[in-house]
Design a protein. Structure first.
Length: 102
């Protein structure tokens, strides 16, 4: 049985002071709008937020939600055709090019 593809939202900011602002709400709204515009379901059961984890050091990938999501993909727990939404590419990585690409 094939699972229906979904949209997953990933929210990250490196400085906890950003939690006081609208960073989380802005990034969440971006994913919601994208899913609606593209007629896809935004999966709200998998909440992926890395607050205060650096994308320079890879902490978000090593011990954060992004790393957990990547493991779910590797173990085929995320339906094929699903989409990971990030507000900007630097939410995924600020590591050197080769590390980020891997």
């Amino acid at each position: 049985m094939s699972l229906e593809s979904k949209v997953y939202s990933y929210i990250r900011f490196s400085n906890l002071d950003q939690k006081k602002g609208n960073s989380t709400a802005r990034q969440a709204q971006f994913a919601k709008s994208w899913a609606t515009k593209n007629n896809m379901t935004l999966d709200s059961s998998l909440v992926m937020t890395d607050e205060g984890l650096s994308a320079y050091s890879g902490a978000h990938r090593n011990r954060g939600s992004l790393g957990q999501f990547l493991q779910l993909v590797e173990h085929e727990k995320i339906p094929v055709g699903s989409v990971l939404i990030v507000e900007a590419i630097d939410r995924l990585s600020r590591e050197d090019l080769w590390t980020a690409q891997e």
